[in-house]
Ligand binder design. Structure first.
Ligand code: GLU
Length: 718
């Protein structure tokens, strides 16, 4: 029964190019009213022409014929932040440009359209043999990629991208168009755009208006152009119509976007290691790091401002990893994988002549699972050491400075990949900003707490001998060592380092010989390289090769399963139905939330749950205009779409391809969907497009932007 359920699991992040062949029938059975060609078609405009990769880390969609792009608040936040000052605090108060002239440029931001995609597996894998090492294989593949980049058909303003799929068993080519003049049009205040913050993050029921708005500008010929004041709003091949009818439970929806990374085809042993070794190690370290930050942020307003963003950056994956362990445990993911693997092995071992037997399988794939098992046993201590090293090192900010200065010294001494002049400019650019948000007292406490974990919680051979010596010299008292290192450190204050960097960088590099932080960092890195990195790379390469073989084997042997490639930041479609879920014993969640729930969560003055006065007053008067329904204002809804990070900002489309919502998160019980999707509890969270328009129009007074959009009523046949 479990195996037959594989074929109807409803999960998947599908390639738009293959929808017609693989998915159209199922999509229609779930309620879709348009065809696969309406979604992806290279010959005439299709929905894909309205979808962009937003800055390479999120998704956006074009919603007007003048190049207006919608994405999440958390995706546009960096741009909003870069334009904010004490006097014009756009993060706190929101921002809306009243005309084209007020739209704000963002030098580093870009959006990328996909013009077309093509299966190029055959060309890319020419000359690749199974006996090649990973690096030999990579060189052969790179050579073929370079070749294809030279010969593939494209326009002068387009680019070619080639990516591996199914563990690099297949390759696809993408012809892309990147627009680099993307201007900020508007964003709600963070009390709306990030309502609920860390407490509500990864949770349902949700009331976050997680959106912001940009506009693509093009050269006069409508083609990509570098930023110039004279650029004009881009006229898209396609923009999305917006449905004001909302969704009902059971409605078809699909999410179109650029999901970042999933690992759905790992063996049970790998999932077990994530659950029992890697996630717990990273969580334990972050538990302590967050507690240190929290302690200081609570008692010092200045530190709170400096560390709010850093806190969320650490807390966001930390919370997800915890949910992941719970979800994998609750859905018995390891056992399910083991049953699947037993069936896989049984089919491979079938004696010749039996129905379904293939005598070649045994030779080709007979040992793949046992070899993976052995490789993961070797990986276990190395993976834990890697997590300890990187988690701890990246959270002690004194080491962040030491790492960068030491790297610059190495570049000067040895040349190589990292260019000295480039590195110097970058350090001069970024170091002053780093110190604006640096608290040495907090960092010293972080050092004490995390260095104790580094020393006490792992095998002593993974620990820097110099550090052990220093700790022993202070009678094992890490806080004394911290006093010593932070007391005299040249790296703890901007004025001890930034002027030297400006005037005489050579002197600064010379200091790495005596600076306690630099010397200790060097020894920790050397220890890691000696005891962990080289062995880890070897084992990881072996695992990658075996995982590629296992992927190929699964696709050949487990034929009834619908295989989709793991997310790799390329354009995908996922689809499902609007649906509530049973969160836990006795608790059933509805599929939609309303403004009523937002006001219920209101805590005056709270940094997470404050509600702006104007929104409360609109609620009181029920002044929802054309966006409300039966006197209520919908805010968020959930569906069974299989999404991940990178799908942030993706459009949720109805059965006709109209925009009904904006994807921004997943619900806590199902965040293990990156590793194992379960249709009973995996839900993506979207902000209802009517709430987005209501906030723009009624709250922010930016109704002139709504006029640019095409609003429709598909349920009323309009
Ligand atoms: N909200 C998620 C994040 O912050 C992105 C969307 C998802 O992973 O479902 O990473």
């Amino acid at each position: 029964m479990f195996l037959s359920s594989l074929a109807i699991a409803n999960d998947g992040m599908w390639l738009p190019l293959l929808l017609e062949k693989l998915n159209e029938k199922e999509m229609k059975s779930l309620g879709m009213k348009i065809s696969a060609k309406d979604i992806y078609n290279v010959n005439s405009g299709s929905l894909k022409d309205a979808i962009v990769s937003f800055g390479g880390f999120c998704t956006g969609e074009v919603i007007s014929t003048k190049g207006l792009v919608l994405t999440n608040h958390h995706c546009g936040l960096e741009s909003v932040q870069s334009h904010s000052t004490i006097d014009h605090n756009y993060i706190r108060d929101g921002f809306w440009a009243k005309n084209f002239g007020e739209e704000l440029s963002n030098p580093k931001l870009y959006v990328t359209f996909i013009a077309r995609m093509e299966d190029v597996s055959k060309q890319i894998l020419t000359g690749v043999t199974p006996s090649m090492t990973e690096s030999e294989r990579q060189s052969a593949v790179d050579k073929n990629i370079n070749e294809i980049k030279k010969t593939a058909k494209k326009e002068s303003y387009q680019e070619i991208l080639v990516k591996g799929f199914f563990e690099a068993n297949q390759y696809y080519l993408f012809v892309t168009e990147t627009y680099k003049d993307v201007r900020l049009v508007g964003a709600p205040p963070s009390s709306i755009g990030n309502f609920g913050q860390d407490t509500d993050n990864w949770m349902w029921p949700r009331h976050t208006g997680d959106f912001s708005m940009f506009r693509i500008y093009a050269g006069k010929d409508n083609k990509p152009a570098e930023y110039a004041p004279g650029n004009v709003p881009y006229i898209p091949k396609r923009s999305l119509s917006i449905s004001l009818d909302g969704v009902a439970e059971g409605d078809f929806t699909m999410v179109f976007g650029f999901p970042g990374k999933t690992t759905e085809y790992l063996p049970a042993v790998a999932v077990q290691q994530i659950m029992e070794v890697n996630n717990p190690a990273k969580i334990a370290i972050r538990d302590k790091a967050l507690a240190v930050m929290n302690e200081f942020m609570r008692k010092d307003e200045q530190i709170k401002i400096q560390y709010t963003k850093k806190y969320s950056t650490i807390a966001n994956p930390w919370k997800k990893w915890r949910g992941e362990i719970l979800g994998l445990t609750r859905t018995d993911a390891i056992n399910k994988k083991k049953i699947y693997e037993a069936e896989f092995q049984k089919r491979i071992n079938l004696p010749a002549g039996r129905q379904g037997a293939n005598p070649q399988w045994k030779e080709q794939y007979g040992n793949v699972l046992s070899e993976l098992e052995a490789a993961y046993a070797e990986l276990k201590p190395l993976g834990k050491a890697r997590d300890y090293y990187f988690e701890i090192n990246s959270k002690i900010e004194l080491f962040t400075v030491a790492r960068r200065i030491n790297a610059l010294r190495n570049a000067k001494n040895n040349g190589g990949k990292y260019d000295y002049a480039e590195g110097l400019t970058k350090l001069k650019d970024t170091l002053p900003d780093f110190y604006k948000n640096y608290s040495p007292v907090l960092d010293k406490k972080m050092f004490e707490v995390l260095i104790s974990m580094y020393v006490n919680d792992q095998d002593s051979k993974m620990v820097s001998p110099l550090l052990l010596m220093q700790i022993n010299a202070f009678n094992k008292d890490v806080s004394k060592l911290a006093d010593d290192i932070y007391g005299g450190a040249e790296y703890t204050a901007a004025n001890k380092i930034v002027p030297v960097l400006e005037k005489n960088p050579a002197e600064l590099l010379e200091r790495t010989k005596t600076s306690k932080a630099s010397v200790l960092y060097d020894d920790m890195l050397a220890t890691y390289n000696r005891e962990v990195a080289s062995k880890l790379n070897e084992v990881q390469n072996r695992i990658n090769k075996l995982q590629r073989l296992y992927m190929q084997a699964q696709m050949e042997v487990m034929k009834e399963r619908n295989f989709y490639p793991d997310a790799n930041s390329t354009l995908r479609v996922t689809y499902g139905n609007v649906k509530g879920y049973n969160a836990r014993d006795g608790v059933k969640y509805d599929f939609i939330t309303y403004l009523d729930g937002l006001v219920e969560k209101y805590i005056p003055g709270d940094y997470e749950f404050d509600v702006p006065e104007k929104l409360r007053s609109l609620y009181k008067t029920k002044d929802y205009g054309q966006y409300g329904k039966n006197g209520k204002m919908p805010v968020c809804f959930i569906a069974t779409n299989h999404t991940t990070g990178g799908n942030s900002g993706s459009p949720a489309l109805d059965a006709y391809g109209n925009l009904v919502g904006l994807n921004f998160d997943r619900a806590w019980e199902g965040v293990m969907s990156d590793i194992s999707y379960d249709p009973s509890i995996c839900r993506n969270i979207m902000v209802d497009i009517r709430y987005v328009l209501f906030i723009m129009d009624k709250y922010a007074g930016a109704g002139y932007l709504v006029k640019e959009m095409k609003l429709v009523h598909p349920k009323k046949g309009k």
